[in-house]
Design a protein around this ligand. Structure first.
Ligand code: IMP
Ligand code: MG
Length: 186
């Protein structure tokens, strides 16, 4: 098994090369900004955060530590929509969650909004279960790929329409463990 130091400039996953594009320090700054905004908006609400697995696990973890909201609760929804480097447009719910969300404020935590289909689907599922208010926080956003008109309440970093890995995001299961974000070299 290969090990590599996570600050390498260029990495290889399966058949593809990736180059560092967003260092962890920049991710951290974006998370701090989102946390500051959330503190103002959500302080007096009994919020349920819903982390969309697998991709959002690092974002959710770092955001929760930064936010320190006393009455926050967090749950997890496991979805899969990507196959390789292209969105399949088909979203499967692999593990649902059981929390009662009737009349609550729910904040969806997503790693990246690409076409927006996943987030629109999650939003509808949560609205259908009776949430009072549903907000969306995404660490990364590809505005040029967006195909839905859904409103994003918190956006960390806007990025070009390129395929990326790292900080939770994968290329065929690999790369999620990387601390920094890397872009596919064309
Ligand atoms: P959407 O439904 O097209 O918005 O896709 C959203 C999901 O696709 C995200 O939750 C990610 O899991 C995955 N995804 C989108 N863009 C990328 C990427 O550049 N690298 C890895 N996964 C991605
Ligand atoms: Mg995801």
């Amino acid at each position: 098994m290969l090990t590599y130091n996570t600050r390498m400039r260029r990495i290889r996953l399966w058949d593809k090369e990736f180059e560092i594009s967003i260092p962890f320090e920049q991710i951290q700054e974006a998370i701090k900004r989102i946390a500051a905004q959330m503190k103002v908006d959500l302080e007096d609400k009994n919020v349920l955060f819903v982390c969309i697995l697998n991709g959002s696990f690092m974002f959710a973890s770092d955001l929760m530590k930064e936010l320190e909201l006393q009455d926050a609760e967090i749950s997890f929804l496991k979805l899969a929509s990507y196959s390789g480097t292209n969105s399949t447009g088909q979203i499967k719910e692999l593990i649902g969650f059981n929390e009662n969300i009737l009349d609550r404020t729910v904040v969806i935590l997503e790693d990246i909004v690409d076409t927006g289909h996943t987030i629109a689907d999650v939003m509808n599922k949560i609205r259908d279960r009776g949430a009072k208010e549903v907000k969306i926080a995404t660490l990364l956003f590809k505005p040029d790929a967006m195909r839905t008109s859904i409103h994003l309440d918190y956006i960390g970093i806007e990025i070009p329409n390129d395929f990326i890995v790292g900080y939770g995001l994968d290329y065929d299961r690999r790369g999620r463990n990387l601390k920094d974000i890397y872009t596919l070299v064309k």
